[in-house]
Design a protein around this ligand. Sequence first.
Ligand SMILES: *Cc1c(COP(=O)(O)O)cnc(C)c1O
Length: 419
Amino acid sequence: MLEKKVPFSLDRIKEIAKTYPSPFYIYDEVAIIENIGALKEAFSWADFKEYFAVKATPNPFLMKLLKTVEVGADCSSLPELLLAEKVGIVGEDIMFTSNNTPASEYRKATELGAIINFDDISHLAFYEEHVGKLPELVCFRYNPGRAKEGNLIIGRPEEAKYGFTREQLFAGYRYCKERGVKRFGIHTMVASNELDYTYFIETAEILFKLVREISKKLDLTFEFVNLGGGIGIPYRPEDEAVDLVKTGTGIKAKYEEIILGAGLPSLKIYMECGRMVTGPYGYLVTRALHIKETYKTYLGVDATMADLMRPALYGAYHHITVLGRKDQSPKVTYDVTGSLCENNDKFAIDRELPKVEIGDYLLIHDAGAHGHAMGFNYNGKLRSAELLLRTNGSIKQIRRAENLADLFATLDFADLDNF
Ligand SMILES: *Cc1c(COP(=O)(O)O)cnc(C)c1O
């Protein structure tokens, strides 16, 4: 069996846990920055920008770190916009890709000067009614519907709530042009956690062809295409990461053929990846609490699905390493469980692990995106701290753990006496 690399020794984790008791999340700064470097390198032929999908890991310290390497913010709600503002990511460094959007959120995005990526043609009139004149730059989210079925595009776009139909794109850009909008972008995103790089080349091809067709038909100039997010990560040790170089090279060839070949002005290339930016570089650290032998062997740990719900929510695989075991060869088959009163509170089912002793530290891998962010408080569980392993080897707490006062903050116990 393949093993995943671990950037922490058992001794280091024990030392960290003296200050920050488990369970906690820990992110690897060096790896996050190196990975952004690889993404930018793959698109070094283009005027490229990554907008980090904030929902994946909405931590302002990570956003600020990403800002140092020119990564913007892809936001889809008011709190995500506010986080971007706090970090100093404003103006066109924010992509506002929302859906079913309240007017107040359009207003805040507009106030910040964000690029507004409209999800529906009816939102243009909605915006004019509730916010004001259309922004000088508009982007539309395209949903290719049944036009693009097959193995390359996953998830049946016609079943997805997002985006404009093809006809609506033409009508929408015409509507905006008639109202004096001068700057245009186009976006699509119809897959998630995709490991096949040819998918992203196909997405780019769809958008480049639309740019060519719409530019000609409506006599307007596009400024950028936004290829969305959806780059998958190798959760299983046998999975292979998306080859970013092949992705970039493939998209370049389509760009030269479809855009430059048609004599169109150059386009900026944007992406709004979340998962691949932080996912592989975040770990949930937890400790073995009980070993229970009944009809199966249960390894009870001090984290629960309230810390990381992906395995319970969609049966997602997260690799687990027992720290400090020199011999990681499988010895015992465990269900690795939390303490919620929900039988699906399991990080792994029938997982072969080296024999675990109570008190052992376990690393749950690839928890850096859609991990802490999806946490919740069921059974009164407190959300864990987030730590950052800095480039210089030090530890920075980037979010403290919740305490009981946080949990009860919305309750007025004094009022109980009057009740
Ligand atoms: C979730 C989301 C992303 C990021 O997706 P990843 O799979 O995390 O890369 C980008 N854009 C939009 C609109 C999203 O909803």
